[in-house]
Ligand binder design. Structure first.
Ligand code: UTP
Length: 301
């Protein structure tokens, strides 16, 4: 544990949204997957809201091609707002304005999408020498869970980097980054000793999968600068974290918080469909009708 990074308040969130979204083609040919709607708002809006709710009001989005749709979504649309106001459509007007008032959002382009590690490195100048959060723009964490705040607290306590982990069935671990962990005595978080990106089932050190939330010490930038392309020819954040996990100097060491709530990978078609149905079924306006229909539909299957 080091003192320098400890207790430096965390206010910045980095949201990588520059991936190609190939698993969701052709929908993602001209639209970023982060803009695909979940019920009635794009996936990215849930993610920005989560960051803001955890007190991270300075958001940096890493975008790529199709940057405009993302920027436009969080910008004002005066003509639309005027029209809704004139028509007295207050609820819709509020929903439009809510997206403009989510906090301070900055944008930087990744250029070539050379991997998540490469995307995070693009945040170096904006973030500077402070710990910061990373939220993957296509990963939805149930808003009822306070995962991010818990991770921020662990970063403040340890001074290292913190990852979110989720137990998955053994045969699914090769779709994720995977962590070997041990309990930190007297604490509800874990020390991570090893990280492997998408291991073969027989080589996986555990069934703890890395999911899309991180709170990182700024030391990660220097490590990323020296991380060679790994799996798939991409600069992998997991590889940089593996280096940090082995280190014992200031800002090194990686810790894991196990998440037990609901999470949806909206870049995956099945998970995306589930997110829409589950979240809509819980809504007051859509839930009753949708639930009744789902029951009817399931009975016919
Ligand atoms: P994914 O691996 O899910 O994104 O990255 P992808 O490469 O777009 O997915 P597929 O496999 O082709 O469908 C997780 C997050 O990291 C971002 C993505 O936008 C997503 O939010 N990312 C990934 C970048 O910003 N840049 C990259 O080079 C890669």
């Amino acid at each position: 544990m080091t003192e320098t990074n400890v207790s430096r308040a965390i206010t910045k969130a980095v949201i990588p949204a520059a991936g190609l979204g190939t698993r969701f083609l052709p929908a993602t040919k001209a639209t970023p997957k982060e803009m695909l709607p979940v019920v009635d708002r794009p996936a990215i809006q849930y993610v920005v809201q989560e960051a803001v709710d955890a007190g991270l009001t300075d958001v940096l989005m890493i975008t790529g091609r199709n940057k405009r749709a993302l920027e436009d979504h969080f910008d004002r649309v005066p003509t639309l707002e005027e029209q809704l106001e004139d028509q007295g459509k207050d609820k819709l007007l509020r929903s439009v304005r809510d997206t403009n008032d989510l906090g301070e959002i900055h944008y930087v382009r990744q250029g070539d999408p050379k991997g998540l590690g490469h995307a995070v490195l693009r945040a170096k100048v904006h973030v500077g020498n402070e710990p910061f959060a990373v939220l993957l723009g296509d990963d939805l964490i149930d808003e009822k869970d306070d995962l991010l705040s818990e991770m921020v607290a662990v970063q403040q306590k340890t001074g290292g980097s913190v990852i979110a982990l989720m137990e998955v069935p053994e045969d699914q671990i090769s779709a994720y980054g995977c962590a070997a962990i041990s309990q930190v005595e007297g604490e509800n978080f874990f020390k991570v000793s090893e990280l492997v990106e998408k291991p073969a089932v027989e080589e996986a050190p555990s069934n703890y999968a890395v999911i899309g939330r991180y709170v990182l010490a700024p030391q990660v930038f220097e490590v990323l600068e020296n991380t060679a392309p790994g799996r798939g020819g991409e600069i992998q954040l997991t590889d940089a974290l593996q280096t940090l996990a082995k280190g014992e100097s200031e800002g090194e060491g990686v810790y894991g918080v196990v998440f037990k709530g609901r999470r949806f990978d909206t870049g995956d078609k099945l998970s995306y469909l589930k997110a829409n149905i589950i979240l809509a079924a819980e809504r007051e306006d859509l839930g009753p009708d949708l639930r009744a229909w789902v029951k009817e539909f399931a009975a016919e299957l």
